[in-house]
Design a protein around this ligand. Structure first.
Ligand SMILES: C[S@@+](CC[C@H](N)C(=O)[O-])C[C@H]1O[C@@H](n2cnc3c(N)ncnc32)[C@H](O)[C@@H]1O
Length: 855
């Protein structure tokens, strides 16, 4: 079973993901980005040859970093998908044909930089593959020597194999400076490194042996080669035969760590060694021996200045550590001490165990604390988010669950319990002499609600409008009265009881009505606190209600209008009783036009439609007594509910005019009076058997149009507009959700941006580009915009090229769809036309003669 390779999203590699996000064709692009950031060879280059370039990641980077209108030529065995502004060639870089192809493109120009990221198809065995790669690099170098200008750059990938040093040596012959480096984007486990060669020497003649793999990689030839003068091969001096050290026939030298640490001056040793092998477990597991140090020890030859520095500082630290340890060990121990040491050893181990346990517990505690803090932070963050979205308002804690020790009316069974409760000292004591302060002092500690919003009545009690309702709901009024009488001996005491009762009802007023009723029903009936504060009997209560009704402003001057004449007097009389209905009808139900229509209909018709709007006025006239309402027992009239009116009320909406009319009726007595006057005419007495033509004519002209000033209607129009413009709750919620999603997306993008900003291997330009792309992605709604293009005649969708001016994703659609749609629209336009015209007789269709015989 082979090793499973990770595909697509499974690959968690950060550069792979980053390449996907930023649109680079390969993660290798970041290697070139990092190399260029370090050496800056692309910025001033005008011509670049990218060898082994597919799929084109390096070409993209080169094009982005080189000046505008620079030339980038990419060559690969496989075709490269066109990179905008670059030239792609499909050639084998080891062949002469490839050289000719490049020459054709580059013409007389010289390249400023030659790149090579070549990796041959590998798989036989590592030694073979490494050799192939070294040969490919040499081929790349050969091409570079053909096209590079003097002082140009050659950047190549090299595998660290036995041929590495030979290759490096050759490169050093052609370039002033040769840097071997491993960019961060290159995986640690890969043996590839990148060699950046700076300042091409451009020799006039080159010994072909330098570029011949057979010669370059020939075993044991390195020493010989060191004496070849590539610039002037003819002046070559004969090498002084030094030979190899005894039993040392390789260039790869391993040194043990203990040997390395034993040296006083490690530089000399580092000079000659290729690898430091760890033979000391203690040092290997030491916290200062980081994975980077271990990695550096593996290949000393490729280390840069920085790496060497860190290796040397580590060397110092380890040396100190070793010497201090040795000192400790060397300290003489007396025999007694040794014995004591042995006896105490057990105790020490026990103590050690306890210590470790304590340490563990402490660790656990710390972890828990950290977790809690994290949770708290999360909650805070969520709350802040909600507050940002205005889902939660500052200072509004939402509904508070009251504790069970809340004051419960049902808990008090008798007077004694009540007394003990009253004797309890309140928690809150507010200084002050006025009545309000006294009330606060009396407030028991478990009453958590605010007294704001409740009013103080004459007896110094808090009350809310809903209080009376609650009391009315109690069906044991008489019993409660009795109970309250029992407590009326002492004035003070009864006051206190009243206060408590009121406070309790205040509390109950915050509970839902259903709960209120349930609670009241569950309270024992002999509870001394359940008293009806309103002692009046139900009948007088109702008459009082009626009186209150007629104390409204709209009825105030009705009595004063004595000079209105007999009819009006009667009218006002009846108004007193029926006023409520008139006002309700006028204020609440109709649009003005509907009202007018209704009024005129009723005036002119002979019907006894006693339920119409005008009916109310009709009923008050003496002649209409038969249709009038019946007087109830208590002097109240029973007015029949008009089903038509009900329907009208339901269907009619309060428009601006109706509301304005209502306002005018309520605010201007004169207007109200005029309105009634205008509706009152000689035909209001239900004259019967009038001719139809007369009725028709009267309908049009007998009523005066009501003129409503625009300032009233405008005001209501604006108000209604405001209401209509306001979005519904669902829309607000959806918007809030969208906003929340966007904020989350932006936060995620922000984190990614932070990671990009912290990346030291990227230039400012690259960072800015990536940041732009990340934010752009975060702000997009994720839906791809598709442009629909109608296919040309006789062209299939597959064959169609991208039409001009169409960007992004597009879809080619059948032209018939468009045609059909147009036809459908045209059909709808002409629908119904020519219906009235008499039908033409269809001519009989000609039946085409069939050719050939029918089957
Ligand atoms: C690691 S990829 C290069 C990736 C490239 N630098 C990028 O950023 O997209 C190595 C490429 O070397 C190419 N290659 C290998 N041998 C070659 C040869 N003899 N001539 C041309 N290209 C070759 C392979 O086809 C492969 O596409």
């Amino acid at each position: 079973m082979g090793k499973k390779t990770k595909v697509g999203k499974q690959r968690k590699d950060k550069y792979y993901q980053l390449a996907k996000e930023t649109g680079y064709r390969s993660r290798a692009a970041f290697k070139l980005i990092q190399l260029n950031r370090k050496f800056g060879f692309l910025q001033k280059s005008r011509v670049c040859i990218d060898l082994c370039a597919a799929p084109g990641g390096w070409m993209q980077v080169a094009h982005q970093n080189m000046p505008v209108s620079s030339i980038v030529i990419g060559v690969d065995l496989f075709p490269i998908k066109p990179v905008p502004g670059c030239i792609g060639l499909t050639e084998d870089i080891t062949t002469e044909k490839c050289k000719a192809a490049i020459k054709k493109e580059i013409k007389t120009w010289k390249a400023d930089v030659v790149l090579n990221d070549g990796a041959p198809n590998v798989g036989l065995n590592w030694i073979h593959d490494a050799y192939q790669q070294a040969c490919l690099t040499l081929s790349a170098l050969k091409l570079a020597t053909n096209f590079l200008r003097e002082g140009g750059w050659f950047v190549t990938k090299v595998f660290r194999s036995k041929d590495y040093h030979a290759l490096l040596w050759v490169l050093k012959q052609f370039f002033k400076k040769v840097h071997a480096t491993k960019p961060q984007a290159s995986r640690n486990e890969s043996s590839e490194i990148f060699v950046v060669c700076q300042g091409y020497i451009a020799p006039d003649t080159i010994d072909p042996k330098f570029l011949d793999p057979k010669h370059v990689f020939e075993d044991l030839d390195i020493v010989k080669k060191q004496h070849i003068n590539i610039l002037h091969p003819e002046k070559q001096k004969k090498a002084k035969a030094e030979g190899y050290k005894e039993n040392d026939y390789t260039t790869h030298h391993k040194v043990k760590l203990s040997e390395f640490l034993g040296k006083d001056d490690p530089v000399d040793l580092l000079h000659g060694c290729s690898e430091i092998v760890f033979d000391d477990k203690e040092i290997e597991t030491h916290p200062k021996t980081t994975p980077e140090i271990k990695e550096c020890c593996k290949d000393i030859k490729v280390l840069g200045r920085k790496d060497l520095k860190s290796l040397l500082s580590w060397f110092k630290q380890m040396k100190e550590y070793k010497s201090s340890k040795e000192k400790k060990d060397d300290e003489p121990q007396t025999n007694d001490e040794n014995e004591e040491h042995e006896t105490n050893e057990d105790a020490d181990t026990e103590e050690g165990d306890v210590d470790t346990q304590i340490a563990e517990l402490q660790d656990e505690e710390k972890r828990q604390l950290k977790r809690k803090r994290k949770q708290l932070n999360k909650q805070r963050q969520k709350l802040a988010e909600k507050m940002n979205l205005k889902m939660v308002l500052k200072g509004d804690d939402g509904p508070i669950l009251e504790s069970n020790d809340m004051f419960q009316l049902s808990d008090i069974k008798n007077a004694e319990e009540l007394n003990t409760l009253i004797d309890q000292q309140p928690d809150t004591v507010v200084d002050g002499d006025d009545a309000f302060d006294d009330e606060i002092k009396l407030k028991p500690k478990y009453l958590k609600y605010d007294v704001e919003g409740s009013k103080l009545d004459s007896s110094g009690l808090y009350y809310k409008d809903s209080d009376s309702e609650i009391e009315m709901e109690s069906d044991s009024e008489s019993e409660q009265e009795k109970e309250s009488l029992a407590f009326s001996d002492s004035d003070n005491e009864s006051k206190k009881i009243k206060k408590l009762t009121k406070l309790n009802t205040l509390k109950n007023s915050q509970v839902s009505p259903a709960n209120k009723l349930n609670r009241l029903q569950s309270i024992p009936k002999n509870n001394p606190l359940l008293t009806d504060l309103d002692n009046t009997d139900p009948v007088s209560k109702r008459t009082m209600k009626a009186q209150l009704w007629f104390e409204k402003d709209s009825f105030k001057n009705i009595d004063e209008e004595a000079d209105e004449g007999i009819d009006l007097d009667k009218l006002t009389e009846t108004f007193k009783e029926k006023g409520k209905k008139v006002i309700e009808d006028v204020e609440s139900s109709k649009q003005t036009s509907a009202l007018k229509r209704k009024l005129s209909d009723n005036e002119s018709s002979d019907d006894d439609s006693s339920d119409s709007d005008y009916d109310v006025e009709e009923n008050v006239t003496p002649s209409a007594s038969s249709a009038g309402p019946k007087a109830g027992k208590e002097g109240f009239e029973v007015v029949s509910q008009d089903p038509e009116l009900k329907k009208l009320k339901k269907t009619l909406k309060m428009d601006a005019e109706t509301l304005a009319l209502g306002t005018m009726i309520a605010t201007s007595k004169k207007f109200k009076r005029d309105l009634i006057d205008d509706a009152w005419n000689r035909y209001a007495f239900n004259d019967k058997n009038l001719p139809d033509w007369f009725m028709e004519d009267e309908k049009k002209h007998m009523k005066k149009d009501i003129v409503i000033p625009e300032k009233y209607t405008d005001e209501y129009k604006n108000r209604l507009q405001d209401i209509n413009v306001r979005p519904i709750k669902k829309v607000i919620e959806a918007k809030a959700r969208k906003k929340k999603r966007l904020i989350k997306k932006m936060e995620r993008a922000k984190k990614k941006v932070e990671a990009v900003m912290e990346n030291a291997d990227m230039s400012e330009r690259e960072k800015a580009q990536q940041v732009r792309q990340l934010y752009k992605k975060a702000q997009s709604d994720g839906k791809k915009k598709i442009t629909y293009v109608v296919a040309k005649k006789h062209t299939t969708a597959k064959r169609m090229k991208r039409p001009q001016g169409v960007k992004g994703q597009y879809k080619v659609v059948d032209p018939r769809m468009k045609k059909d749609l147009r036809a459908q629209k045209a059909k709808e336009k002409t629908k119904g036309r020519g219906k009235k015209q008499p039908k033409k007789q269809n001519k009989p269709k000609k039946v085409p003669k069939k050719k050939g015989k029918a089957k």
